[in-house]
Design a protein around this ligand. Structure first.
Ligand SMILES: [Zn+2]
Length: 268
């Protein structure tokens, strides 16, 4: 990427205050991939940047890139879509933050993918247009589609070891470090920790979700058990790929634990 001034659409993946008045953002662009930038004086010149550099916002961004600096200089921003409903709903906001963090963690700086940009924007729009109850399913759809797009699709149609097809009731496991499904006899033969148990229905749901385009997704109607199993499998697989858990997931686990303690105290 050459030194110069750039004008591009961008999705804000992360945003935090820096020093007395600046703000540092991580953003994803269609043409240049993921980048980091600094908006000098962003908190002083409120009219110029207010609401435009918040996480989960789509903007038209003008920035200056200099090869000598890791941070682009944010010159100006115009709001395209603030995804206001996503931000006003806990489930929606949590889902959106998971999506943004996954893009941020699974992509390298400056590596462009218009498909990743389109996928994130389409899912944020979808999340913004529907009720929070759909947020869990949409987040699972997004996770498996992003993994497939980036070349990390787990193997789900048969056992990765003996290649037998997955059959309902046969007892299969999802083993992250094997990259997908492993049947019970192969797990036993390897003496391996069985990973996560996975039904044939969940395996079918995840492979269909990765393959289907946005228009076809409403045809998939996963039940609560399938979504719960999918979440465990995808969390385990993503953690294995990254070598750590996503910050958003950690935060949500803590929040759920706190909510449980509160509900336990209330029901006591
Ligand atoms: Zn096997």
């Amino acid at each position: 990427m050459k030194k110069g001034l750039y004008n591009t659409g961008a999705l804000i993946l992360d945003s935090f205050d820096y020093g007395e008045s600046d703000r540092i953002i991580t953003f994803y662009t269609s043409g240049f991939g993921k980048l980091k930038g600094i908006a000098k004086g962003a908190r002083r010149s409120r009219r110029r940047f207010v609401g435009k550099l918040d996480i989960l916002t789509e903007i038209k961004l003008i920035f200056f890139h200099n090869e000598k600096s890791d941070l682009a200089r944010v010159e100006d921003a115009a709001l395209v879509d603030p995804f206001s409903r996503v931000k006003s709903d806990v489930a929606g906001f949590s889902g959106g933050c998971c999506m943004a963090e996954l893009v941020s963690e699974m992509t390298r700086e400056g590596q462009a993918s218009p498909q990743v940009y389109g996928l994130l924007r389409d899912f944020l729009k979808l999340l913004d247009s529907c009720a929070g109850a759909e947020a869990g399913a949409l987040t699972r759809f997004f996770e498996i589609k992003l993994l497939a797009l980036l070349g990390f699709m787990p193997h789900l149609t048969g056992c990765v070891v003996c290649k037998t097809d997955i059959r309902e009731g046969a007892g299969i496991f999802f083993v992250p470090d094997k990259g997908g499904a492993v049947c019970r006899p192969c797990c036993a033969a390897a003496g391996a920790a069985p990973g996560f148990s996975m039904s044939a229905g969940t395996a079918m749901f995840l492979s269909s979700a990765a393959r289907f385009d946005m228009g076809q997704l409403p045809r998939l109607k996963p039940g609560a058990a399938c979504l719960k199993e999918s979440e465990k499998i995808l969390d385990g697989f993503i953690k294995h790929q990254l070598g750590r858990e996503l910050k958003t997931k950690k935060f949500l686990a803590k929040m759920n634990a706190a909510a449980n303690i509160e509900s336990c105290i209330k029901s006591y």
